[in-house]
Ligand binder design. Structure first.
Ligand code: ARG
Length: 698
């Protein structure tokens, strides 16, 4: 358990060494000497990647490269389904939406920030903090290299830790010239699909490869440049051919996104009982309607695959989280901790009433908590409403006839609008989604909290059921609204005039829901969030005082961390899977479990080369007890020497409660074995040139 800050690994060193670490803390993180952290990249903002050759070759998950791979695919050049390997650097393809950031250093700025925050009222804290961050970032960044800071290849970012009890700044070099080197077909990279997602035993070859490019001085550039050369890294990871066995030391360095390990019991209960199930139900509506259209056309399937996968990933996540929070009695666990805290707090004015204040705040918040979930996951989910939202944001300007102000905003919104997938087939699905979500809102949210528009709709569009009425309303909306069609939306945005849309049915819809939310619920929700943040900060501060000897780790917040432990199975499962298991799951009639012919053939011939296990089988995936979360995807799994043995790509179903509590018995990291990665490139992908670039150690 623990996602540790790299600059303080000294505190864990004794323990790590006893478990099998052969490196020193300085070999993992150092500001002046090349070290492991120089090989780790924050990939696309939501994943991790690592450099594994002297020529900037980068390894990450298939699901991390998925959107880049999908957008480079078409029915005539279908690399998502067929796979792709560049036979030389010339064949690599620019992944223009991907950037990769490498941490240069981290600095403790707690004293500076807290002194600046002195005397600031709680309600102003967030906005003042944002200004302090900007000032600090600018002064450090410009001081280091003003040119690079200006074009964002040098970045400085401040982060809050331990709910506001500590602050650190991170300096990055960010590379924007990133190119796709290769990917297995998605029948391997996403083998098992949504069925196996978040599950063990697992048989997915979840990897893809990129390369970062730099200018003649080896510096990152702010975009693709044909004259760029492959980046020469400060350090890169060697690849272990030794393989893993249970009990072996294993550590993972990467960028975990978000955990909430110090959450209050009431927060856990709200998630498991109310919020998570609603997210699942709302996402289910979108997924079913999209799937119907994706099954009808390969073109639509390729266009929607990436969005579908990311919505489906957290649809299943929240389903599992809700289930396991209850099953593992996390509410009871947190309540018990709060009882102990309150006992300790007796006679300490700062802490004495904390938990009862928390419970009071949640009691007020609970009845309206779903308003927020419904807005982001429901009302705003249909593409028609995303288009209408652009119009809605211009309302003030339009009413004042301030065309210049509108145009400025439109210019900023246009790239997002032109990327909305508002194709006819998708809009057919969108219309169904719209009506079903509205029905779900109508049946879940108390009538007293609904905008008056709902009653008007039910009176005007009379169907046999409320759903049927909403469907008739949707017919009208998707025929007549300006926002039901991308060309019309863009034409409107190019000349945004109030008269054109003040009676538009789509516009009136979004305005009714936004106003209802903004006027009645947003102030209450903002005030709860502010109170909750302050209470959380005090709670964590109190816990540190209560247990002064405990080395407390901060929650994940997308900053670089290290987690260490061992290769380890759980329950009665094997700790490792192999290619026989892939073939056993193979199913000709199920696209989620269909593998390429060539894989079956290589399996039949046991053509595993140097990647085979001693028993003649080919390893596929294994488990460790490392502490990861979303954002760690693509992180290297390293042995005691810092050599890569695998690639972290998932968590397991039985411990989906992991963002709130680390369950020693059940929580595992699912990793793809590095030898399966190499076999896929070499034997299946026929690209030994890529393997030759790496440094393999025995
Ligand atoms: N569960 C994996 C993660 O969050 C992502 C898997 C993506 N695959 C999928 N079938 N949606 O790291």
């Amino acid at each position: 358990e623990g996602m540790w800050l790299l600059a303080y690994l000294d505190k864990n060193y004794k323990d790590m060494k006893a478990k099998g670490l052969k490196l020193t803390p300085k070999q993992l993180y150092d500001v002046n000497q090349a070290c492991t952290k120089d090989a780790i990249g924050w990939f696309g903002g939501g994943c991790t990647s690592e450099i594994i050759s002297s020529k900037g070759l980068v390894l990450t998950n298939h699901h991390c490269g998925y959107s880049a791979i999908a957008s480079l695919s078409s029915t005539s050049d279908n690399i998502l389904d067929n796979g792709f390997w560049a036979k030389s650097m010339n064949e690599e393809r620019s992944a223009k939406d991907i950037s990769l950031a490498i941490v240069q250093r981290m600095d403790d700025i707690t004293l500076f920030i807290t002194s600046q925050l002195k005397g600031v009222a709680e309600k102003d804290r967030a906005s003042v903090l944002a200004k302090i961050y900007t000032r600090y970032q600018d002064s450090i960044g410009k001081g280091m290299d003003s040119m690079m800071y200006k074009n964002k290849t040098l970045q400085v970012r401040c982060f809050e830790f331990l709910k506001g009890n500590a602050y650190y700044a991170f300096v990055y070099k960010r590379f924007y010239d990133v190119r796709l080197v290769g990917t297995p077909p998605q029948s391997i990279g996403k083998f098992g699909g949504e069925t196996d997602n978040w599950m063990w035993p697992r048989h997915t070859g979840d990897f893809s490869m990129f390369r970062i490019y730099s200018d003649s001085l080896n510096n990152p550039t702010s975009e693709f440049a044909a004259s760029n050369k492959a980046y020469t890294p400060k350090s890169f990871l060697s690849v272990s051919m030794k393989g893993v066995k249970e009990g072996d030391f294993a550590m993972i360095m990467g960028f975990p996104g978000r955990t909430n390990r110090y959450e209050f019991a009431q927060g856990v209960k709200l998630a498991s009982d109310d919020v998570d199930p609603v997210i699942v139900a709302l996402r289910d509506i979108r997924l079913k309607a999209w799937k119907e259209e994706m099954n009808k056309s390969d073109d639509v399937r390729l266009k929607m695959s990436s969005t579908y996968a990311s919505i489906a990933n957290y649809w299943k996540f929240f389903d599992g989280e809700s289930l396991q929070l209850k099953k593992l009695k996390v509410f009871e666990l947190k309540s018990g901790q709060e009882v102990a805290f309150t006992k300790w707090a007796k006679g300490k004015p700062e802490y004495e009433n904390l938990i009862s204040d928390v419970n009071k705040a949640y009691e007020e918040y609970k009845p309206i908590a779903l308003q927020r979930t419904f807005l982001s996951e429901g009302i705003m989910a249909p593409y028609i409403m995303q288009a209408a939202a652009a119009g809605y944001s211009l309302e003030e300007n339009m009413k004042k006839n301030d065309m210049a102000a509108s145009q400025k905003m439109v210019a900023a919104m246009m790239p997002g609008i032109s990327e909305l997938p508002m194709y006819p087939d998708i809009m057919r699905a969108d219309k169904k989604i719209f009506a079903q979500i509205l029905n779900k809102y109508y049946t879940t949210i108390p009538v007293s909290q609904q905008p008056a528009l709902i009653k008007t709709i039910l009176e005007k569009y009379q169907g046999a059921t409320p759903l049927e009425s909403f469907e008739k309303y949707a017919d009208d909306m998707y025929t007549n609204s300006v926002f039901s069609n991308k060309d019309r939306t863009i034409a409107f945005l190019q000349n945004p005039v109030w008269d054109v849309i003040k009676d538009d049915i789509g516009y009136k819809h979004i305005a009714a829901f936004r106003e209802n939310y903004n006027e009645k619920y947003k102030p209450l929700i903002d005030s709860f969030n502010m109170k909750n943040a302050a209470l959380g900060r005090t709670y964590v501060k109190g816990m540190m005082e209560m247990n002064p000897k405990v080395n407390m780790y901060p929650d994940a917040n997308s900053t670089i961390r290290l987690t260490y432990g061992q290769v380890q199975g759980y329950n009665d499962f094997p700790f490792m899977t192999d290619l026989d298991g892939v073939v056993a799951k193979h199913d000709q009639n199920n696209p989620e479990f269909m593998v390429p012919e060539k894989l079956l053939e290589l399996h039949k011939n046991k053509d595993y080369g140097r990647y085979a296990l001693k028993n003649g089988k080919l390893p596929v995936a294994f488990l460790t007890n490392n502490d990861i979360t979303g954002g760690n995807s693509g992180s290297p799994v390293l042995d005691g020497n810092g050599h890569i043995i695998g690639l972290a790509f998932d968590g397991n179903w039985e411990a989906m409660s992991g963002n709130y509590v680390f369950d020693q018995k059940l929580k595992r990291t699912i990793c793809v074995d590095i030898r399966y990665v190499l076999w896929n490139i070499d034997k299946l992908g026929n690209a030994p040139n890529i393997v030759d670039e790496m440094t393999l150690v025995n």
